[in-house]
Design a protein around this ligand. Structure first.
Ligand code: RIB
Ligand code: CA
Length: 304
């Protein structure tokens, strides 16, 4: 019986795809109920289709994929080039072996989270538009999660502007809604993901794993590493599987949505018992990167 029940909200995207493979390779620990797709790295029609291609690669076409927000809540969408035009670096993953769900991701999240209070860990790998929209409809809904574990933000430098990380920059209003939702938030920002660079040695480690999934992950990360050398999204899944690889501290986190220069910046302040502000997130700031890559290679070896 898997110890954790999860939903993965993502914008595949190469590192999202590798994170999905890591989760799909761990069925004894993670019961993946569904994938919800969001516009982010590339458009929603691509992120949704790419999620179904990854499921086909892992021979798990039964996992439903629900299409979500086709744009950020308040502002126009700006994608990323680092994942290539198709969002997967042009690596020839299989065609989808399943159809997309007709139902929207937000409706699915609202019903599923409300129906299983305290059970589900919502893993967010892209802009937070889907959970953000869910809180617009039902402000308390994210308190029904066991936790929201998200890749996003940065206490230090950003990667889209000097101040803002991509997922928070694409939809800062959604990020603010999630951080203010009252949910148990675990934030894995650039401060920790940048400690896991995709080095040549680690690519060679991956190349030695003789499964189609590992080969695809290697080829996608080799493409991705030309532009952004950090293994961002898989950190979220690795945190669920091996929390001992990570450490962090409770902080107060909010997102800049007014100042033009700092738009999308996450403001992170450690809190003390005597501080003015209550912590609203566990901000992860350390990872054992070698342990992370060993886990990734070991799990990709289990896939077809
Ligand atoms: O800043 C890194 C994040 O932005 C990752 O989730 C990557 O997939 C992109 O969405
Ligand atoms: Ca992502």
């Amino acid at each position: 019986m898997p110890s954790q029940t999860i939903i993965i909200d993502c914008d595949p995207g190469i590192d999202d795809a590798v994170a999905l493979l890591l989760a799909l390779a761990s069925p004894d620990e993670l019961d993946l109920l569904a994938v919800t797709a969001v516009c982010g790295n590339v458009s929603l029609d691509l992120t949704e289709r790419n999620a179904r291609r990854v499921l086909a690669l892992a021979a798990r076409p039964e996992v439903p994929v629900y299409p979500g927000a086709g744009r950020p809540i308040m502002i126009a969408h700006h994608g990323a080039t680092v994942h290539g035009d198709d969002g997967l670096g042009g690596v020839p993953l299989p065609e989808p072996a399943s159809a997309p769900q007709q139902r929207g991701a937000v409706d699915y999240l609202l019903e599923t989270l409300a129906g299983r209070p305290g059970e589900i860990s919502l893993c967010c790998l892209g802009p937070l538009s889907n959970p953000g929209l869910a809180t617009v409809q039902r402000p308390e809904i994210l308190r029904s999660t066991r936790q929201v574990v998200l890749m996003g933000g940065a206490a230090g430098r950003g990667n889209v502007t000097p101040h803002a990380e991509f997922n928070f920059h694409v939809d800062p209003h959604a990020a603010q809604l999630v951080l203010r939702s009252g949910a148990e938030v675990v934030m894995l920002g650039l401060d920790v993901t940048r400690q896991a660079p995709i080095t040549e040695a680690r690519l060679r480690q991956l190349a030695a794993v003789e499964t189609a999934a590992a080969r695809a992950a290697h080829d996608m990360l080799a493409f991705y590493g030309q532009g952004d050398t950090a293994l961002h999204d898989p950190c979220v899944i690795a945190y669920l599987l091996r929390p001992q690889l990570f450490s962090g501290r409770r902080c107060w986190v909010d997102v800049e949505t007014l100042d033009e220069e700092r738009f999308g910046q996450s403001r992170v302040q450690p809190v003390s018992p005597y501080g003015q502000r209550q912590a609203n997130a566990l901000v992860i700031d350390r990872v054992d990167a070698d342990g992370l890559f060993e886990l990734l290679c070991e799990r990709l070896a289990r896939l077809p």
